[in-house]
Design a protein around this ligand. Structure first.
Ligand code: MN
Ligand code: MN
Length: 300
């Protein structure tokens, strides 16, 4: 089971300006093959499908725990997309004024036609996220190799999305996810090392560019965020530390398990978009309905 908190992992800054095309690029980090929906669903299915858990508990704990963290990553990507799309068209309810005219030049029309200028489970080209992105072979070594590859691929996509937009919201999100994804790369490498005795240290980093090159990531690494595996459960996944230990392969700092999740921040409140009939509720009518229902309860 998942325990849900009404918070997101970091406090996202406001965008410099609305940017539907930056939002489109960021969609790759949501619903692309290497996006957060893929990491979430890969580790979720691998944890459901794990065989021999009693003998291999630390590896199960690692995969299940990272799956829970990935949920917080899809949230962060979604809110970045939502903030970038907010106010990206003219406001107003008169359709003859063509309030959505600016959407015509936006790369992803689904953001305006299928949603209320909000995130969708699609990639940067609007292709729906796809269950075939999930790899769950049942062979632990193979699954861990895949996860290592997936996190490195995800890192590559994040770097390229960062290079496409200088929007502060997108960059704050990507900086944070570069650091957390970096933790996952190291975690799966450590797991493979523990399981096989292989030395993966010379592989780091893939792609060959340090997180220190990204100011938003550097700030967080200077606070030690790249060394921390958060335990995303009040009581469980106690054997994480049997895998997550030893020196970090890049800077030699000590890897630590923290018995808590990130403090996070309240999710941004998204304003109404009347020209999109979103949310499409008349506040006065809603108030009347609520009081009518309240009274109904009282009379029963
Ligand atoms: Mn992630
Ligand atoms: Mn990850």
């Amino acid at each position: 089971m998942i325990l849900r908190l009404d918070r997101i992992a970091i406090d996202l800054p406001e965008p410099k300006a609305p940017s539907p095309n930056a939002a489109s690029a960021v969609q790759e980090l949501m619903g692309g093959r290497f996006g957060e929906m893929s990491t979430l669903m890969n580790y979720t299915f691998q944890s459901f499908n794990f065989r021999g858990r009693d003998k291999l508990r630390p590896f199960y704990d690692l995969i299940a725990n990272i799956a829970a963290e990935e949920y917080s990553h899809i949230e962060l990507v979604a809110y970045t997309i939502n903030l970038l799309l907010t106010n990206s068209t003219a406001q107003g309810t008169d359709p003859t004024k063509t309030p959505l005219a600016s959407a015509l030049d936006a790369r992803n029309h689904y953001h305006f036609i299928a949603s209320g200028q909000t995130a969708l489970p699609v990639d940067s080209m609007g292709n729906p996220w796809n269950g075939s992105y999930v790899f769950s072979s049942g062979n632990l070594k193979l699954d861990l190799l895949h996860n290592f590859f997936l996190e490195c691929g995800a890192r590559g996509n994040k770097i390229r999305a960062y290079e496409m937009t200088d929007d502060p919201t997108a960059r704050a999100m990507i900086g944070y996810l570069l650091v957390r994804g970096g933790v996952h790369v190291v975690a799966y490498a450590r797991a493979l090392e523990k399981l096989t005795g292989a030395d993966l240290k010379p592989l780091f980093p893939i792609p060959d560019i340090s997180n220190q090159k990204f100011p938003e990531a550097r700030k967080l690494e200077d606070q030690g965020l790249h060394r921390i595996m958060f335990r995303f459960s009040p009581e469980d996944y106690r054997e994480l530390s049997k895998v997550w230990n030893g020196p970090h392969p890049e800077d030699g700092s000590e890897l630590v398990v923290e018995d808590a999740i990130p403090a996070g921040a309240p999710p941004p409140n998204l304003p109404e978009e009347p020209q999109l009939t979103a949310p499409g509720v008349d506040p006065e009518m809603l108030r009347d309905m609520m009081s009518w229902m309240e009274n109904g309860k009282r009379f029963r």
